[in-house]
Design a protein around this ligand. Structure first.
Ligand SMILES: Cc1ncc(COP(=O)(O)O)c(C=O)c1O
Length: 285
């Protein structure tokens, strides 16, 4: 018996069997996939191996099988070369595949790959001036170490803080401790103790590649690293704060929950770290 199956796309009705499989992507139905974002500096991709390693781990943690990471690497390189963009943002994801919506899904579904290469805007002014951030409850799930497509809690937090002119939401867990930014790692500097503080890795935060590089260059800025949770009260009283993310590397935070940080300017050590980060990039790429 041939069952009737129709779909409606805006005002158009179509037989489900004639649909582009992209409409039946489990990524769309469930956010059932994992992703990566990497970037190039002056025509060269930064930290590709780190991103591929994290991607492989994400795939394995969500049990998406049958993906050859060398193929992914080759696709990234091919698309990047074809795009010809010197300072590019490379986004890619793999979802569990396409089929009519069902929670568990069929075994052996072919994973879907999708990638974009786009030009990164010049953000030097923003990085020089710093950004305002505000706290928001961390409503995410308990496996934030996986770079999953499910970003609803991150999006809601960003929408909320943007209403007050903030560029990032700093997420606070049920114990009153900061986990990370909605789309970035979060750092505090105690200038008297010459210490750089950030939350330790664990299931509550993404193992950020930029965080890893920042911790590597901290020694060049004469900073000791302390991996411990930070409370909003400690952040408000901090000498310096910054966020870190692939697309922007280090961005100074000049206001936290309405309180000015380092007199509303990029802090001294933050600026040293920014310079050290740039040096590291030129050595690496
Ligand atoms: C929640 C979250 N934390 C941290 C980061 C920073 O990670 P990375 O340095 O690998 O870009 C991101 C980046 O998108 C993120 O979404």
């Amino acid at each position: 018996m041939r069952l009737m199956q129709i779909a409606m796309i805006d005002d158009r009705i179509v037989d489900i069997r004639e649909l582009d499989p992209a409409y039946m992507d489990r990524g769309t139905f469930f956010g059932d996939g994992v992703y990566e974002v990497l970037r190039s500096y002056d025509g060269r991709i930064f930290a590709l191996d780190d991103h591929l390693e994290r991607f492989a781990r994400s795939l394995s943690e969500v049990k998406i099988e049958g993906v050859d990471i060398d193929d992914v690497r080759q696709r990234v390189l091919t698309a990047f070369e074809r795009a010809g963009i010197a300072n590019a943002k490379i986004y890619f994801h793999i979802t569990r595949g396409s089929e009519p919506r069902s929670h568990v899904g069929s075994k052996g579904l072919k994973p879907n790959f999708f990638l974009t290469v786009t030009e990164l805007p010049d953000d030097s002014q923003k990085k020089a001036a710093g950004i305002k951030v505000a706290t928001h409850p961390d409503w995410r799930w308990k496996r934030c170490d996986i770079k999953s497509l499910n970003l609803m809690a991150n999006i809601l937090a960003k929408i909320e803080v943007e209403k007050t002119g903030c560029e990032e939401a700093i997420l606070v867990d049920d114990n009153g401790q900061i986990t990370e930014g909605a789309g970035s790692a979060f750092f505090m500097i105690d200038t008297a103790a010459k210490t750089l503080v950030t939350r330790p890795l664990g299931p509550e935060i993404l193992p950020s590649i930029t965080r890893k590089v920042v911790l590597q260059v901290a020694v060049n800025a004469s900073l000791t690293v302390a991996e411990r949770p930070i409370t909003p009260a400690q952040a408000k009283a901090a000498d310096e704060l910054f966020i870190a993310v692939t697309t922007q590397d280090i961005v100074p935070v000049t206001e936290f929950d309405g309180v000015k940080i380092s007199a509303g300017k990029a802090g001294k050590y933050t600026q040293i770290l920014m310079a050290e980060f740039t040096k590291m990039v030129s050595l690496e790429v």
